[in-house]
Design a protein around this ligand. Sequence first.
Ligand SMILES: C[S@@+](CC[C@H](N)C(=O)[O-])C[C@H]1O[C@@H](n2cnc3c(N)ncnc32)[C@H](O)[C@@H]1O
Length: 218
Amino acid sequence: MTDWINRWETNRIGWHAEQVNRHLIKYLDRLNLSSGDSIFVPLSGKSNDMLFLLENDINVIGVELSNIAIEQFFSENNLDYSVSEVDKFVLYEGEKIKLYCGDFFDLESKHLHHVRALYDRASLIALNEGLRQKYVKHLSDIIELDARILLLTLNYPQHQRSGPPFAVSKEEVGELFNGSFDFQELYCIDDIENEPMFQNLGVDFVEKAVYLLQKVRV
Ligand SMILES: C[S@@+](CC[C@H](N)C(=O)[O-])C[C@H]1O[C@@H](n2cnc3c(N)ncnc32)[C@H](O)[C@@H]1O
C-alpha cells in the first residue's frame, strides 16, 4: 500500500490515461445502466473514465488510497467538492460523485448504496495473486445481486516481466469469479504491437481482454 502512496507522491503514475478508455465507450451499454444509476469504480486513481461516466449521467462511487489522486481528479476537471469523514474513510463528494479515500478492503455494502454496476480498469491487474483473490471475494461480498461488472485485463507471460500490471488470464478470471458470477468474454486481442515497453523487455505477447460479469448468486 505504501508503494501506491509513494507512486502518487512522486508522480510515477504511468497507468493514468488522458483519453477515455475505448472499451468503456464501446461496452458501457452492456452494463444496462439508466440515467441516474450508480456505478462503482474500485481503485479509481484519478481516472478520466469517471468523467465520461458522469457525462453520461451515471453517478460514480469510487475508492482510492491516495488523497493526491482524488484531489487531482477534482482540480484537473474543475469540479467542486466537499470533504467529510465517514467510517474509516475521508469522503470527497462532488455533484453525482463520491470518492472514498482509504482502503478498498474497508469498504462495506452500505457505502455502495444502489450501485448497479462496476467498472474495473487497471484495478484487479494492479494486485498480486494473493490480493486478487481477496479483492474478488470482498467485491463479491459487498455488491448487490444482479450487479454487472465490466472488467478489463492484461495477460502476458508473467515470467518475462514483473507486475504491476500483473498478468491475469481468462482461466484465472473464470476461477476468481467462479460460483457467484456469470461471465462472458467480450473482447480479446494480442496487442503487443502497441506496447513498446513490453516489447523492449522481450515479452512475447500482451493479450488485452474485456469481460462482462454478473453476480447471479450470493
Ligand atoms: C494501476 S492504478 C489504476 C487506477 C485507475 N483504475 C485507472 O484506470 O487509472 C491502481 C490504483 O489503485 C490504488 N490502490 C491500490 N491498492 C488500493 C487499495 N487497497 N484501496 C484503494 N485503492 C488502492 C492505487 O493508489 C492506484 O491509484
